[in-house]
Structure formats: C-alpha cells, structure tokens
Write a protein that binds this ligand. Sequence first.
Ligand code: C2O
Ligand code: CU
Length: 481
Amino acid sequence: MSSKFKPAFTRRSFLASSLAGGAATAIGTPGLAAPQIRRFSLRAAPGLARLTPVPRSETPAWGYNGLVPGPELRVRQGERLRIEVTNGLNEGTTVHWHGLRLPNAMDGVAYLTQEPIAPGETFTYEFDAVDAGTFWYHPHQRSFEQVGRGLYGPLIIDEPDPPQVDRDVTWVLDDWRLTQDGTIADDFAGPMDMSHAGRLGNTVTINGRLSEDFAVQQGERIRLRLINVANARFFALDFGTLDVRVIALDGQPVAPHSPPDGIVVLGSAMRADVMLDCPAAPGTRVQVVDRAYRDNDFRLLDVVYGNTPLRDGPPDWDIALPDNPLSEPEIASARRHEILFTGGMMGAMVERDMGIDQRRGMMGGMMSGMAGGGMWFVNGVAAEGPMLEPFLTLERGASHVLQMTNATAFSHPIHLHGHSFRVISREGKPTEYREWQDTVLISPRERVEIALVADNPGDWMFHCHILEHQAAGMMGVIRVA
Ligand code: C2O
Ligand code: CU
C-alpha cells in the first residue's frame, strides 16, 4: 500500500462525498421522457476503517471515498446514473453493479467488458436504474482481495411509490479475518480457503462497524435491507420475537412471506428486504442470532425497545412491492441447458455417490487442475486466466431453463450477470414463491432449476460468489446472442 493518500474513513468524508455526489444532480422535470441523470464519484483507495472498538487503532483497509462500506448510491427507479470511478489503488480495478440489468459494456468485469482501470485512471459508468430494489457494487478484478479488503457499497433504487414504513434501514453484512494486532490477514486466496468453504473471517461487521444495540420502538415498522458482501460467509439470521416478512430477494419483489423457520438466509452477494415489525413492550431486548454454521451460532446484535411506543400494534399498511419490468419466461417452450458443478475438497466422493461420470465432472483431469490452481469446475472446466470464451450461448429473446447440479460437498451461491432469473424448482419440486434472484444458493448434492428470458445481449459472467471458489475456477461466461 504505497499510495500517497490514506484518508481516514470518517463520517465527515462521508458527508463531503455524498454532498459532492448530490450537489451535481441535474434538475429535471418529473414525467419527461429523458431520464434524470444522477452523478456520483467513487474513488477506490487504501485508508483506515474502525473495525475494532476504541482504544484499538483503526484497521488499514481499502474503501471508496474513504469509507467502508462505500457511500450509499441512491436513486429513483427510471433515473440514470453516471458514476465516475477513479482508481487510487496501485493495481487495476473495476466496479461491477451487482444485480443490475444494464448494458454489457457497463457491467464492470475486467477483461470481459472493459480493461481494468489502471492506477490513477478514471472510468465513467452510465446506465439506467431499470429495476427498483436493493443492489450493491464491488470490484470485478481480483475480487477475492479487493472486496475482502473493504471495497463494496450499497446501491439502492427506490420505487416511485414505496410502501409506507417508519424507517428504511440498510445493513451491509461483512466478515473480516483480523490478526492479533487488528490488521487484515493478508493470506488471500489461500489453498485451504479455495478448496473448502472460502475465506471465513473472525469478526463480523454491520455497515463496517462492530454491531451495537439497534434501537426500535414498540409498533415501529422498519424496511430492513440486508446485503451480504462477505467473500464467503453465509448469514442465517434469526430475529427472535420480531415479526419478519420477506418482501424482496436480490432486489426483486417476492410475495410477502415469513421466511422458513423464521430465518433469513443469505449466501455471499445475496440480499433480502424484510419488513420488521416490533410488537414487544418498551424496554424489551431481543437478540438477533446468526445460525448459518452448525455449532457456531453467534449474537449479531441486540434489538432494544425504547421507552416511547410508536403505536400499540403493527400498522396495517400494505407491504407488497410493485413489480419490476421483468420478462416472464415461458417454461413449456423454454430451451433447456444443464450445468454441472464439481470439484473442491471431498468432491470426488460426492460425484461417485451421485453417479457422475468423472470425465464429465472434470474435463482435462488433474493436469489442468494442478497447472492453474483450478479446483472447481463448471461443466468440467476450471476457468483459468481472465480471457474467457463462453461455455453456453443463449438465444436472445428466448426463454431458457438452466438445470444446475451441485455435485460437490459445499454450498455455492451461483450468480449470473445482466439478468434476474426465477428459481422454479429444487430437487424437482416447484419452489413456493418462484422468486426472482440474481444469485441462487445451491446446497451440496442439490439440483436447482432457474428460468429466464435472455433479453440482455452480451457476454455475461456466471460464477460462484464465494470469491475464493471463483478464483479457483468456478466461473464461466454465458453469451446472449
Ligand atoms: Cu457480485 Cu460477478 O459479481
Ligand atoms: Cu462456490
């Protein structure tokens, strides 16, 4: 980290940067056809983050505009974003707008959609906010380290007429692997992490801070936007006696429902918007507990009821979100494609159990695996190097069903760029909500079907969002043409 600028990540720089972003906003007349342009600037650079409490010193990290997470970019659906990204790192970077359906050239994937932004250089992204919802941004170049050091931020697109709430709150969830002296362990992309569950940390933060109490009032309704930006960690949040209903997944509206077993599960990169109702009496304390890893439950934070009830019971306001303009896939006539995931520790055993032909599981065999560090395979290929030829071409404008089989011993959050897809079945059984997602969590040995209309032309990344798995080969390119 030899950059000349090492700004401290402070609230003051947050205010300055958001003012800089907001002040330049074009003034337009609502209802005109030309979208209103909202200008923002982001500068990726080393700095400091307060990941451990005072009196410990701040932790050297990488951030946008001196912040971890980076500034919340927030616009209204239908507006156009123009974001100037400057690279203050001493390695190339890009910004990918995770979950947004935007033109391919704006997708921010190094070598596939653009050259990396060189140190000191600037690149301007510009695209329309087509879908309302909860999204995020992060580099797509050496992501396992750049995201792991703190480069990420929330991107919120408001509905023109959002459901009424008392508060709209975003929690960016991350974990960090900190050493004894409070610095970020620099063992990125270690073979152990790559071949197992990815880089799990030892310190969980919400919005870049160790969690504190979260104050609520009796009767309050909060729209809570959860974003999992961790390299590898999954969250499975149990909100106890709070009343939680899921209204959106990966930014896309879903029929409002209580999550199965009352637990909101988020693999890496996934988001959930939940409506949180607070039924208990003043003074009540409720623990929010993470139950993602067996025998490793931990308290994320305490929800603490204040002394002044807002109202006796939950408000009777409608919680459903309006639809986004997504094309509905036609399942009966859809073209079908199979995608097989193999590899990783204990993968051979799973493949044997599932009767997977080992040559199909790992084309090129051990040789390719050993040469490039490839440990994970998509249809028999462990991706190596940044230049990728598509492994699958989807006819543009047609409906497609991708049947994905996870023949490995680990769960994988599988992400497709440029599209949202419906998750239509698991293990051959129709899903209850046919949820739209951009990242779908697939359990070991599970078979999942997703469906989409391939309506966004270009070469799109398709990969596991455990960033160590991605780095170890678990990615490919899907062409829409
Ligand atoms: Cu969140 Cu390929 O990225
Ligand atoms: Cu994975």
